[in-house]
Design a protein around this ligand. Sequence first.
Ligand code: ZN
Length: 390
Amino acid sequence: MLESQYWWLIAFPIFFGLGWLAARVDIKHVLSETRSLPAAYFKGLNHLLNGETNRAVEVYVDIARHHAETIELQFSLGHLFRRRGELERAINMHQKLLERRELTDAQRQSAQFELAQDFMKAGLFDRAEALLNELQHSDYARQARTELLGMYELEKAWKKAIETAQQLRDDSHSYQHEIAQFYCELAEQSLTRSKKDEARAYLAQALETHRQCSRARLLRGEMAFAEQDYAAAIDEWLALESQEPHALALAMRQLMAAYDASGRGDEGTTLLLRLLKHYPELDVMDLAYERLMSLQGVDAAYEFVRERMREHPTMPGLRKVLEAHLLVAPVEQKAELEIIVRLLNDVTRDQSMYYCHHCGFKTKQYFWHCPACNEWETYPPVRGRKKASA
Ligand SMILES: [Zn+2]
């Protein structure tokens, strides 16, 4: 009876003892953690400060391996590996993260998104696409779609690009220009396979998406020109004047050829000179000079460039005046003039390039899609026009 009444007198100290022991073990564990973790971190930091990035990375990889709780560190390392182009390591790191059961939903989605980016960079588009599609209903939906769009552009998978851009549409970005460009890309693909009706349908869709799509108009003009329907080609190209007159420069040589082929050469020349007067920046001075030279002779060409120089003085304009002057100048002046023209050629070389207004990339060829920054319609169709002067 007494034993059963006072059992707790003995039990209590035992419980306390066990608790104390458990606490000791825990504290010891925690102490060892807090002691070892910062030491290793500082070791890595020291390497970083000494510029020994590779050794720092190895230290951090070691920390990540031995301390399972350092999930954020694993994310950082994975990101770093991808940036350094060590894609196999990045993929490995993110795959290991994904295998962990204790990840929150947000962490799992983040790891999946990171892994998809690794795959994309490694050119494993199918695997990236599958992962990104899985994220369509997560917090990463928009980012995943943006990545998918970039990937489809790289792969020239224009139909999928159109679908994705349509899903991305919102108040801040209509993707109108991009979608119209994707239709133009499809039209160009159809044209290389001689599927004219298909191309025509795509161009109609481009204009339906973006009524002022210059590229679609230019392509429709080119198609009509190739079919020798010069009147239709002229109409298509002239429609550009009311929407993007400077884009006319991209078709002007063919436009003049269309006038010539339909026996309306003089009308073409008059139009060319009128357009140049209206739009002084229109990038067709060389063409106008050549045309006047061949149709009306050197005096008319010389007079044209001199008048233009007075109205719209530019360095390439000056070069043209001297080139023309060289043709009519007395023999004793020619040697000197040739040197000046050559020097002017050197200093105006930059003005014979197209400039991307998004990234500044310069190129001799005109692009609708910048090969450097992948943005659309970032090149003004005027050579030498840089962003600052836009
Ligand atoms: Zn660019």
